[in-house]
Each structure stands twice: as structure tokens, then as C-alpha cells.
Design a protein around this ligand. Structure first.
Ligand code: NAD
Ligand code: AKB
Length: 314
């Protein structure tokens, strides 16, 4: 069997850095080409090939796919929920056109697989708040959510119509210490750890009782790789899979941090992101992913908190 050659687009971002490193461990350093519009992230330097690439330039993307003998693409470039509301046209354009460019090239070059993440942001105020199911009312109110929902149906369309093996997960908010988050509504759950260590205080842009579905990055990376390595016969969802781990609020996470840093204090000053958070479900039903390809999360809030503080302190 020919060796896989993977192109990661958006590799310098919050997920891209850790996903690229994880893929390099599995497939070999030379087999995973990292690419981004911005400069190579420091953690990636010296770990494998890097190319500067704008995913919106379809011709250049196509050239790279052919030149590098790419067999799989992981597309991570996007504008997230909070930044998207500042420039809706740009968010729509990047989030949808990047996907169409990749799907077209995957079809033309008969790539083996494509990965493209969706988000819990597809759900809106009319979706169930608790244990939000895989299939339900979906009426997103952010441009980010609209672009993700449209993208899910493009994935399904390219799969059904052209046989492109594109797979997707609706990630919850992701917590990580290796690379910073890039403009989402759930970014508070990363900032709070950094500020707890540096300032012993944090002002949250979401209210104390704002519950959202969240996940630790090692779980998200494992979910991604497990989905991509699953037998195609097990994949019953060709839009995007609900996956879940835990749900917590800024109040919960502050209480957990206090167990490690007793003089930590938190204040609340909700801004425009509060409305976005309130439009999303508080928890997600991921039973279909659990049944189809055996998804199971490992990290709960106490474990995430201890690991984040340990790693950020060192
Ligand atoms: P991020 O903003 O940290 O990273 C995105 C990367 O894409 C950045 O490094 C950016 O420079 C790059 N990029 C932007 N425009 C580009 C272009 N034209 N060409 C090439 N690269 C470009 O985002 P992330 O948090 O790593 O998210 C990755 C994917 O996962 C996105 O699709 C996002 O919607 C999805 N997602 C993320 C989360 C989360 O909590 N991080 C949750 C749900 C879904
Ligand atoms: C965001 O807050 O925009 C992201 C997401 C949940 O998609 N973290």
C-alpha cells in the first residue's frame, strides 16, 4: 500500500499544532506537511516539512497537492465565532470557499480522505439546550455557525455525489496550553488558566452560570484520529458527528482553579460573546459517535485543571 502523505492546512493554529505533531508521530515526520498563512509555529519548527500556503488560492493549493503527492488533507483554516461577528462577509467567504477548494481538489485528484471540523456552533437558540442530539432543529444565529452548517452539507454532497471520503466532527470548545485559541466564544476557558497563573485573577467575558460543552485538546486530537482511522463502513454520519466530553461554566472552572490557587479571584463582565454562548446548547448527546466508532472522552474538569496548571507553570 502506498504511503500516506498528509497536508494540514491551518497548522499553526490552536488545533493545527497539536494535530500535526500527533499525525507526525503516527505517519512519520516527512509524511505530514504543515501549512498556514501565518508563520510556522515554534513548536512545529524542526519536526517536519512546512509550506506557506493560502487555502483561498486554489491553483497554488492544487500545485502543492500534486507536488507533494498528497493523499489526505486536514483543513483547519477558519474564522471562529467571535472574530466572525466582526467581519461576517470575510468569515463566510473563508470558511466556505476554503472547504469548496479542498473538496474540489480532493475529487479531482481522488484523494483518499479529507478531514474538516464543524462545531457545536451549528446549533442555535431553537435547538435543545441539554443533551442536544445529532439530528435536531438547527437554526444557527452566528455567521460562523451558518458557515459550518452549510459546510456540513457540502461534505455530505461531495461524499454522496462524487465519493469523496470527507469526515467531520462538531467540536465543543477546546482547552489547550500548547497553542493559543484563535477568536472563539469559548476562549475564556484557556485565558482563565493563563491569568490565574500570571495575575491570580481573571475577568470573564461570559457570565458565571454560562454552561457550554467543552473538551481537552488530547481528547479532541484522539477523536479526530480515531474517526479518520475508522473503517469507512462504520461512518454513518456524513455531515458531522456530535462529540462531547464535559460541560462547565466560568463559575465551575474558577472553583476548580481555587483548589490549586486559593487566592485566585474571578470577576464577570459579559460582552457580545455572552449572546453567542447563550445561543448554543449547554451539553451534547454524542451517542451516535460512541456507537459508530467507539468515541469515549477521558478528561474531566479536575483532571483538565490540574494538567493545564502544571503545564502552564512549567
Ligand atoms: P485557529 O484560528 O487557532 O487556527 C486557524 C489557522 O488557520 C490559523 O493558524 C490561521 O493562520 C490559518 N488560516 C487562516 N486563514 C488561512 C488561509 N487563507 N490559508 C491558510 N491558513 C489560514 O483555529 P482552531 O481553533 O485551530 O480551529 C481549527 C478548526 O477547528 C476550525 O475550522 C474551527 O472552526 C474548528 N473548531 C475549533 C474549535 C476550538 O475550540 N478551537 C471548536 C470547534 C471547531
Ligand atoms: C468558538 O468558540 O468559536 C469555537 C467553537 C466552539 O467552535 N471554540
Amino acid at each position: 500500500m502506498a504511503k500516506e502523505k498528509i497536508l494540514v492546512i491551518g497548522a499553526s493554529g490552536q488545533i493545527g499544532v497539536e494535530l500535526t505533531l500527533a499525525l507526525r508521530k503516527i505517519y512519520g515526520e516527512a509524511q505530514v506537511v504543515a501549512s498556514d498563512l501565518r508563520e510556522e509555529n515554534n513548536l512545529l519548527k524542526g519536526t517536519g516539512p512546512y509550506v506557506s500556503l493560502d487555502v483561498m488560492n486554489k491553483e497554488m493549493l492544487h500545485v502543492q497537492v500534486i507536488r507533494q503527492n498528497v493523499t489526505q488533507i486536514y483543513l483547519l483554516a477558519a474564522i471562529l465565532s467571535a472574530t466572525g461577528e466582526k467581519n461576517p462577509g470575510l468569515a463566510w467567504h473563508l470558511n466556505t470557499q476554503s472547504l469548496l477548494n479542498v473538496l474540489d481538489i480532493a475529487r479531482e485528484e481522488q484523494l483518499q480522505k479529507v478531514y474538516w471540523p464543524s462545531s457545536i456552533a451549528v446549533f442555535g437558540p431553537t435547538s435543545p439546550k441539554n443533551n442536544c442530539p445529532q439530528q435536531t432543529i438547527i437554526e444557527p444565529t452566528t455567521v460562523y455557525g451558518i458557515s459550518k452548517y452549510a459546510g456540513e452539507f457540502w461534505c455530505k454532497y461531495y461524499h454522496q455525489r462524487f465519493g469523496v471520503d470527507v469526515r467531520s466532527i462538531r467540536y465543543p470548545g477546546l482547552i489547550s496550553y500548547k497553542s493559543s485559541p484563535g477568536g472563539g466564544t469559548t476562549d475564556y476557558a484557556v485565558e482563565i488558566f493563563q491569568e490565574a497563573i500570571e495575575e491570580k485573577s481573571y475577568t470573564s467575558f461570559l457570565g458565571a452560570d454560562t454552561y457550554l460543552p467543552m473538551m481537552y485538546m488530547p481528547d479532541a486530537i484522539r477523536a479526530t484520529i480515531e474517526l479518520m482511522e475508522s473503517d469507512a463502513k462504520k461512518i454513518s454520519i456524513r455531515t458531522s458527528y456530535n462529540v462531547a466530553a464535559i460541560s462547565f461554566s466560568p463559575g465551575d472552572i474558577a472553583a476548580e482553579i481555587k483548589k490549586h490557587i486559593p487566592d485566585f479571584t474571578i470577576a464577570y463582565k459579559p460582552d457580545y460573546r455572552q449572546q453567542i454562548a447563550e445561543s448554543w446548547p449547554q451539553s451534547i448527546d454524542d451517542s451516535v459517535a460512541r456507537k459508530d466508532w467507539g468515541w469515549k472522552h477521558e478528561y474531566d474538569l479536575p483532571r483538565i485543571t490540574a494538567d493545564m496548571l502544571n503545564n502552564l507553570q512549567s
